[in-house]
Design a protein around this ligand. Structure first.
Ligand SMILES: N[C@@H](CCC(=O)N[C@@H](CS)C(=O)NCC(=O)O)C(=O)O
Length: 203
């Protein structure tokens, strides 16, 4: 198998952190795609993923899986021990619900802000201050909501880590790129982030 990845890409980092947390080492070759030089937009990579995104996992039969969560769920099926996506149906649904919320509302708005703030994207997108305001407002609403949902838990979904913590961690690691304010008033979120940041898997 091959994993098309990029060291600085948060969605690709999710896979590497996940594998370390699981303590598994599936046989695949990691192919580094240079996102900063635009390698993802070249014909060779577009043949692998027409969307020009990482990560992508190429399977033994040559076919591809895109989307970081789908790649993780694929590994979870193969290595069910020490599940990071939940064991029982209820637990799996609750973890996925928060992981999706963090990914779409926090990571998603980081992406919107990045596209409208970073010079890297200035030729690809019409950059707009109004969209930056919109992204920040949506992000604030998401932080308020998530902070309430998490309450006094040590990790996003409870007493043990899950894929939701990995997604939260990589999201916050990219916040500086878009000058996102991680206000300490969101103390429940900050606690979960700091708890996860101490783990060997992120070093
Ligand atoms: N929802 C996708 C998002 C993939 C994604 O946006 N990847 C970014 C890196 S974190 C990328 O490849 N961006 C390159 C580009 O947009 O040019 C996932 O979870 O895998």
């Amino acid at each position: 198998m091959k994993l098309f990845s990029c060291k600085i890409a948060p969605n690709a980092k999710k896979i590497h952190i996940y594998l370390k947390e699981k303590g598994i080492n599936p046989a695949f070759e990691t192919i580094e795609i240079d996102l900063l030089s635009g390698e993802q937009n070249g014909l060779a990579y577009r043949a692998i993923n027409p969307l020009g995104k990482v990560p992508v996992l190429q399977l033994y039969d040559g076919s591809y899986i895109t989307e970081s969560l789908s790649i993780i769920e694929y590994f979870e099926e193969i290595y069910p021990e020490n599940s990071l996506t939940g064991n029982a149906p209820e637990e799996r649904a609750k973890i996925k619900s928060l992981e999706r919320y963090i990914d779409t509302e926090l990571m998603g708005t980081m992406g919107i802000l990045a596209h409208h703030m970073m010079s890297l994207f200035s030729e690809r997108f019409h950059q707009s201050g109004d969209v930056i305001d919109y992204g920040r407002q949506r992000q604030t609403e998401a932080l308020e909501h998530l902070n309430t949902i998490i309450g006094d838990r040590p990790f996003v979904c409870g007493d043990k880590i899950s894929i939701a913590d990995i997604t939260l961690y990589v999201t916050f690691e990219t916040a500086f790129l878009v000058k996102a304010k991680l206000d300490p008033k969101y103390q429940n979120i900050m606690r979960c982030y700091k708890n996860f940041a101490k783990r060997d898997s992120v070093t």
